[in-house]
Design a protein around this ligand. Structure first.
Ligand code: NAG
Ligand code: NAG
Ligand code: NAG
Ligand code: NAG
Length: 552
């Protein structure tokens, strides 16, 4: 007699994303009629569902059911489901029974759903899972057989939870795993063998943990690893990281002093370490190296970059470099020593905040393809512009914060017509030079970093330009660099006010009859042809004549 099975699910109201909700005669939600398509979004949980299954639904999103637990029973109505997304729901736990009705599930995402524990064999009822994303829950415990049966899983996201350890063999079942995100947890240790069975792993994210150590064997033996992120991963006590080949390596803020990669590398982001030794087996693929804030000096650079024919971006700012590498520099034992030292692809070179004193005439690091060269905050005393003639593509040059007193700026500009950005402030420029250069370059469309120099003060050439960069002159008009739009508006306003005042004065004079009298007086005097002075002298004489008694 019962055509309907009641699924009592709570007492909240509900909304369905997309189409209108359809109810049956007894007031229960007809999911099949409400979601006639493959995609179904239920926002907030509802009271009850009709029993008609929604066989067509392949993707179901359950969101915002924070006040009650997830209505797992709804899955009985959607046996064809491939993708299940549960977000912002208080679920606390999943059981393998609740997932049994959706055995063909390939993607499961549960985010911000208060999940606390991953128990053993939780996902054995959904063995076809490819993507399992459990980020931003409150998982504090992971049992060692939690991922058992997920032989096809390729993507596992556990980021932003709170677990401190992962038991041995936890990932052993995941033979096909490609992407593993463990970032933003509180991991203090990783067992050396933890990824031993995950030979397909391509992406491993360990950033933002509290790791005290990282055994080289833990990450070093993954044959297909392409991206490894161990930035901000804790007070790593390791000094040396040894890897085979990798595409992208991120090891920022990791106190690393030595990096040894036996194969190749494409991108290296290793800012803020203590690196003084980097060894790379195969340099020909390197495109980008960010080595800001390390301990590299001029003796390390030639051996490091020689042979990097594809290198496009090199950031060596905040190191200990006192001079640029020359063709002959570098250790004579290196395997590449015999090769011509060339960096033909280098477009971006940052040497800011080092101790470079001079620019040598022919450094191979100054590649002819350079577009951006940052030499700011060094100790450069003189800069011969001929040293820059080999850089025809230069678009940005930063020289601020050095000790330059002169610069052949006009010759420089003729050599580099394509220049767009220039940093010159904070040097020991001769009197007025900074202002002249500023005007010169601004007039020619070059953006000069730094504030508009103040007139009539030679001090500004050396001081007070530090934060100028942010105060880039706003609204500079084409008239003159020191006339801003505001100045022009103020000037126009003054002219208008002056005109109004003059008109008022005219009106007052008109009303008082002054003008009439003046015109009459002019008319009576002009026909006589006498000049004003003679007329007035004549009048004075007449006045004297009319008072003869005063003096006698
Ligand atoms: C739910 O809707 C479907 C399709 O519109 C219909 O076939 C089915 O009978 C409805 N179920 C109930 C219980 O009303
Ligand atoms: C989620 O539910 C709460 C109340 O339960 C409501 O205030 C909020 O607007 C809902 N958010 C969305 C995105 O529906
Ligand atoms: C699950 O997939 C298999 C194979 O593709 C298929 O035979 C089966 O009917 C599917 N089950 C459901 C409930 O859709
Ligand atoms: C460097 O890597 C490239 C591309 O993988 C390869 O073709 C080349 O043989 C390697 N060179 C050396 C010296 O290993």
């Amino acid at each position: 007699m019962h055509w309907h099975v009641y699924l009592l699910l709570g007492f909240c109201g509900f909304q369905l994303g997309g189409g209108a909700s359809v109810y049956d005669a007894t007031g229960r939600l007809n999911l099949s009629a409400t979601c006639p398509d493959v995609f179904c979004h239920v926002n907030n949980q509802l009271v009850a569902y009709s029993s008609t299954p929604a066989l067509q639904v392949l993707e179901l999103h359950l969101t915002n059911c924070s006040r009650q637990s997830v209505a797992w029973l709804v899955l009985n109505l959607t046996p064809s489901l491939r993708t299940l997304v549960i977000r912002d729901c208080a679920s606390y736990h999943i059981s393998k029974e609740s997932l049994r009705p959706v055995a063909n599930l390939t993607s499961l995402q549960m985010q911000r759903s208060s999940l606390g524990v991953l128990r053993d064999e939780l996902f054995t009822t959904v063995p076809r899972l490819l993507i399992l994303e459990l980020g931003y829950n409150t998982i504090h415990t992971v049992h060692s057989a939690a991922f058992m049966g997920l032989a096809k899983l390729q993507f596992l996201g556990l980021q932003g939870n709170g677990f401190q350890e992962i038991p041995a063999k936890t990932f052993d079942a995941l033979a096909e795993l490609r992407h593993l995100d463990l970032s933003g947890n509180q991991l203090t240790d990783l067992r050396e063998e933890i990824f031993a069975k995950n030979t397909q792993l391509q992406t491993l994210l360990l950033n933002g943990n509290n790791l005290g150590t990282l055994h080289s064997g833990t990450v070093g033996s993954l044959p297909n690893l392409q991206l490894l992120d161990i930035s901000h991963a804790g007070e790593l006590k390791f000094q040396t990281l040894t890897l085979s080949s990798i595409q992208t390596l991120m090891v920022e803020n990791s106190q690393l002093s030595e990096l040894i990669i036996s194969g190749s590398l494409i991108r290296l982001h290793a800012a803020n370490n203590e690196l003084s030794n980097i060894q790379l087996g195969n340099k020909s693929l390197v495109l980008e190296m960010d080595l800001r804030g390390n301990l590299l000096d001029e003796n390390d650079i030639p051996d490091l970059v020689r042979g990097m024919w594809n290198l496009e971006r090199l950031d060596l700012s905040r190191n200990r470099i006192e001079s640029l590498p020359m063709h002959s520099s570098g250790s004579s034992e290196g395997p590449h020593f015999q090769e011509l030292f060339l960096l033909p692809s280098l477009k971006y070179l940052n040497l800011a905040n080092n101790q470079v004193v001079r620019l040598p005439p022919d450094s191979p690091i100054l590649s002819s393809h350079l577009k951006i060269l940052d030499l700011s905050h060094n100790l450069i005393l003189t800069l011969e512009v001929e040293r820059l003639t080999g850089l025809p593509n230069l678009e940005s040059l930063f020289l601020e914060g050095n000790r330059l007193s002169s610069f052949d700026y006009q010759v420089f500009h003729h050599q580099h017509e394509g220049l767009q950005w220039l940093g010159l402030h904070d040097n020991s420029w001769g009197p007025g030079l900074y202002r002249r250069m500023y005007t010169y370059f601004t007039d020619r469309g070059v953006h000069v970093h730094g504030n508009t120099p103040q007139t009539s003060s030679s001090l500004v050439d050396t001081e007070g330009q530090a934060e100028a960069q942010k105060l880039d002159p706003v609204g500079v008009s084409g008239i003159h660099p020191y006339w801003t739009l505001r100045d022009i508006l103020a000037f126009v306003t003054l002219l208008v006010v002056l005109a109004i005042l003059l008109m008022n004065l005219y009106n007052i004079l008109e009303e008082e009859g002054c003008l009439r009298r003046f015109r009459r007086w002019r008319r009576s005097n002009v026909p006589g042809g006498a000049t004003t002075t003679t007329r007035s002298r004549a009048r004075r004489l007449n006045e004297q004549d009319s008072e003869p008694s005063s003096s006698d």
